[in-house]
Write a protein that binds this ligand. Structure first.
Ligand code: SAM
Length: 220
């Protein structure tokens, strides 16, 4: 886990936690602590470091984005991560959300369709000392069956529907957090795998880049 003692962005990050997260209803203290620890400025292009803690998504390579801090905190909170959990993230992007998840879980697998993003996320996460994250390249709309079952799956891209294969890769009582809808707007949904079938909770409107793959959209 990163040592943040000499970090010039500590106060910006703490202000982000208070003004963008706690004041908007993020209540889980473990999530707030994780967001206060992960050096978000390391995950954005160098020219965006000064704006890394502002209240918006930021462009990264391959035309993709690192999500708005509130969105990351809200999805991670909805995933109800416990310390022993094994978690899958679909859409590694910069690796930022994987780092937040790794602060809370025992092990995090994250999968990214762009090899260049996967490679740079892997390099950065290793540099920051995250030993409990594995970065894979491939179509995460199919999940990552070889490491299933997962306590939680967090999909950081918009899906036209809930991929059944992701539900199947949850353990019992596992949570799938996923934006579902059209390319322009989605609804954040939490699917819980219960013994008598999945239970879906609909949360709020959101906007993500598309999940492109076999069980997502056919192209970006
Ligand atoms: N979690 C990322 C972060 O913290 O930087 C941000 C994710 S970005 C909003 C969505 C990511 O999902 C993009 O990097 C995109 O390439 C990726 N993606 C889209 N479809 C995918 C798929 N089928 N499998 C894996 N990754 C996918």
């Amino acid at each position: 886990m990163p040592e943040i003692g000499a970090d010039p962005y500590v106060s910006a990050r703490l202000e982000m936690v208070e003004k963008q997260l706690r004041s908007r209803g993020i209540r889980d203290e473990r999530v707030l602590r994780a967001m206060a620890r992960v050096p978000r400025h390391e995950f954005v292009p160098g020219e965006s470091a000064a704006t890394a803690y502002e209240d918006h998504p930021i462009g990264i390579a391959e035309g993709q984005t690192i999500s708005q801090p509130f969105m990351v905190a809200s999805m991670v909170e909805a995933a109800e991560i416990e310390p022993a959990d094994v978690v899958l993230e679909v859409g590694a992007g910069s690796g930022y959300q994987a780092a937040v998840l790794a602060e809370l879980a025992a092990e995090v697998f994250t999968i990214e369709r762009f090899p260049a993003l996967a490679a740079s996320a892997q390099k950065l996460l290793a540099h920051l000392g995250y030993a409990n994250i594995v970065v894979a390249t491939g179509d995460g709309s199919e999940g990552l069956r070889q490491h299933a079952p997962y306590s939680a799956i967090v999909v950081a891209a918009a899906s036209p529907s809930i991929p059944q294969t992701l539900v199947e890769q949850l353990r019992e009582n596992g949570r799938l957090v996923i934006p579902v809808g059209g390319a322009e707007q989605q609804e954040l949904q939490v699917v819980r795998r219960l013994p008598d079938g999945p239970r879906i909770e609909r949360k709020y409107k959101c906007k993500f880049v598309p999940l492109v793959g076999k069980y997502g959209f056919s192209r970006s």
